[in-house]
Design a protein around this ligand. Sequence first.
Ligand SMILES: CC(C)(COP(=O)(O)OP(=O)(O)OC[C@H]1O[C@@H](n2cnc3c(N)ncnc32)[C@H](O)[C@@H]1OP(=O)(O)O)[C@@H](O)C(=O)NCCC(=O)NCCS
Length: 192
Amino acid sequence: MKKMKNWKIRRQDLENVRKHFKNMRNQDKERKYCFTFSLEDPDFCNEESHIYFVGKNEKNILGYAICYLTQPGTNIGAISKIFESGDSEDLVDFGGKVVSREILKNYDGYENYLCKGQVCYIGLMEVFLHRRGIGSNLLNYVKSTPNLELIDLRANGYDEAIFFRKNGFIDSGIDAETGSQIVMVWNNPKYK
Ligand SMILES: CC(C)(COP(=O)(O)OP(=O)(O)OC[C@H]1O[C@@H](n2cnc3c(N)ncnc32)[C@H](O)[C@@H]1OP(=O)(O)O)[C@@H](O)C(=O)NCCC(=O)NCCS
């Protein structure tokens, strides 16, 4: 799809978030897509989050990604937000072992973290027209965040995992929600 633009807003810029939220709701009535964004839910939007958008313009939004950015740390397990969407035993590896913050650095993708750049957890990403390159566009925009070394997320199922693999993510070897969400990682090739 041609003529897409990207922009992002900080969660704390509440007025702007509300404006975008209203625009998206208006589109929802017309297009009847699956709409899951909730401004009220504190798990989706807290002070650390940034909301990345793709669309024709600010009134015609085609998708969004809610991202949590953390500053570089010496231990990926300590700074990754991957643990924060579930309970303490939510993450289990393919061998059935519960994954803790202490051992996260042993898994594929995470083991490459050099402690140099920021880490981005994509809490939720959704586009409203599928298979037109909009999700890839949005993901490329997230990847272009300055000083970003690693992205992690929970892919919602088999098809979503195919999408993320196409976009350079690898399977970490960890599952969440009893196997229905694959934890996937993107390593920025600029960090080597
Ligand atoms: C996952 C999602 C973001 C993909 O966005 P999209 O705009 O449809 O993806 P793209 O058009 O950029 O796809 C790029 C490539 O990924 C692969 N792909 C994308 N969706 C796919 C699917 N459902 N099944 C298999 N492959 C898929 C294809 O190879 C595709 O290229 P192609 O269409 O030329 O074959 C979108 O389906 C979505 O919003 N899903 C619901 C919310 C969700 O599950 N989000 C992810 C977890 S947070």
